[in-house]
Ligand binder design. Structure first.
Ligand code: FAD
Length: 470
């Protein structure tokens, strides 16, 4: 289909923001076209982000427990080996199935899909350079920019995706590096560092800031770092990377204390640059139609996702806010609901964040530091997985649940969980908070035994009373 007839909605970008917006628009009866330049739907998340990283985290975890924990459960092998090409192929299969699945959803919902690079000709016209050759003009009453984000480079470091890699290269290394240096202790660096560390790499994480994952609750973060160190991940915090030289046999990083001082050299086989992500709007022609961006290049929108140019909207990683797939999806649905004349809604205080290491770390709402800075009187309820029967039964008991509740009303302000499957456990807390529950509401809700979720109930008890099992 050419898309030359006027659409109600044109979406530029087929990532979690864009493809979800397109499907929702079509479901609401709007004639919709989605333009994607990658040749596959699903954006960063499905192709080079959430999905392939979780596939490798799972596979590498299976190897690690087979090698280090099975024997203590009475399961013995003569040997356990990594078959890296097979591991990477399983990841690629998962990605391929899921991206094709979205194409199927487009067909089912009658979303017109154009493979090509979109750029604005006017606020209601997009020129598309088709991947198959040729060019078309796509018209839309409403145009949604969902062009996402890209890897943030570091000055003086050239990413070759072989020895100096971004997260994309780190998802497809051909060999297990002996020494891997990760620049940046955000969640992507820690997840990819965990994958290769489990497969046998010696992993050193270099971070300019004094702490890993700055958005995390301080107490949880400290315990989390200790657990990663127990897994042999090394941290060099408050350390600046001055230069990276990949001309020799190994890659040499010149480091310096963040506050200044003597330089040191660190050698690596592979360096992962994971210093964050930046909004992607290259070649889109924003200047041409006058769409406003902030200093970081993010597109500015109002609470209805409208830019300063009438009929042009933006969602997902390309606008301010947490750069997360589920946040992009929520943006997409709400934006389209507004366009269709309905009410949309995204509660940015209730967007959960998960680090998919082992154990996982998941949180929603405020950290203790944030609660303190608001000057709210609060109570803390904590429960360690060491006292949780299921965690003990499966011999996987590192971590805790921490609940922060307002002292006066017992309203839940924030929940932080470090545990196996914390990314699944957190949704009980998200739902409770979304409905304005008190901590006692969770504590008085019956939880099945024996489950990891019982630790959430016990931590909730501990905010206003005593837990039973501690
Ligand atoms: P994107 O997914 O970036 O999609 C934008 C799409 O637009 C791209 O496919 C791009 O090709 C296309 N595009 C751009 N410009 C044009 C143009 N002019 N014409 C046509 N097409 C265009 N988030 C999570 O929530 N959970 C995770 O576990 C997680 N893990 C991650 C792991 C890694 C290694 C990385 C890199 C990211 C991870 N993220 C995770 C973040 C997540 O991938 C992003 O937040 C999410 O993809 C943002 O969705 P989006 O639709 O805004 O943009």
């Amino acid at each position: 289909a050419s898309g030359s007839e006027e659409n109600d909605v044109v979406v530029i970008g087929g990532g979690p923001g864009g493809y979800v917006a397109a499907i929702k628009a079509a479901q609401l009866g709007l004639k919709t076209t989605c333009i994607e330049k990658r040749g596959a739907l699903g954006g960063t998340c499905l192709n080079v982000g959430c999905i392939p990283s979780k596939a490798l985290l799972h596979s590498s975890h299976m190897y690690h427990v087979a090698k280090h924990s099975f024997a203590s459960h009475g399961v013995k092998f003569s040997s356990v080996e990594v078959d890296l090409p097979a591991m990477l192929a399983q990841k690629d299969k998962a990605v391929g199935n899921l991206t094709k699945g979205i194409e199927g959803l487009f067909k089912k919902n009658k979303v017109n899909y154009i493979k090509g690079y979109g750029k604005f000709l006017s606020p209601s016209e997009v020129s598309v350079d088709s991947l198959e050759g040729g060019n078309a003009v796509v018209k839309g009453k409403n145009i949604i920019i969902a062009t996402g984000s890209d890897v943030k480079g570091l000055p003086g470091i050239t990413i070759d995706e072989e020895r100096i890699v971004s997260s994309t290269g780190a998802l497809s290394l051909k060999e297990i590096p002996k020494k891997l240096v990760v620049i940046g202790a955000g969640y992507i660096g820690l997840e990819m560092g965990s994958v290769w560390g489990r497969l046998g790499s010696e992993v050193t994480v270099v971070e300019f800031a004094p702490d890993i994952v700055p958005t995390m609750d301080g107490e949880i973060r400290k315990q989390f770092q200790r657990l990663l160190e127990k897994q042999k991940m090394k941290f060099m915090l408050k350390t600046k990377v001055v230069s990276v030289d990949s001309t020799g046999n190994s890659v040499k990083l010149t480091l310096e204390p963040a506050a200044g001082g003597d330089q040191t050299i660190l050698e690596a086989d592979v360096v992962l640059v994971s210093a964050g992500r930046v909004p992607f709007t290259a070649g889109l022609g924003l200047e041409k139609i006058g769409v406003e961006t902030d200093k970081a290049g993010r597109i500015l929108v109002n609470e209805r996702f409208a830019t300063n140019v009438s009929g042009v909207f933006a969602i997902g990683d390309v606008i301010p806010g947490p750069m997360l797939a589920h946040k992009a999806e929520e943006d997409g649905v709400a934006c389209v609901e507004y366009i269709a004349g309905k009410e949309g809604h995204v509660d940015y205080d209730m967007v959960p964040g998960v680090v998919y290491t082992h154990p996982e770390v998941a949180s929603v709402g405020k950290t203790e530091e944030q609660v303190k800075s608001l000057g709210v009187d609060y109570r803390i309820g904590k429960f360690p997985f060491l006292a949780n029967s299921r965690a003990k039964a499966i011999d996987d008991a590192d971590g805790l649940v921490k609940i922060l509740a307002e002292k006066e009303s017992d309203k839940i302000l924030g929940v932080h969980i470090m545990a196996p499957n914390a990314g699944e456990l957190i949704h009980e807390a998200v739902l409770a908070m979304q409905y304005g529950a008190s901590s006692e509401d969770i504590a008085r809700t019956c939880h099945a035994h024996p489950t990891l979720s019982e630790a959430v109930k016990e931590a909730a008890m501990a905010t206003y009373d005593k837990p039973i099992h501690m």
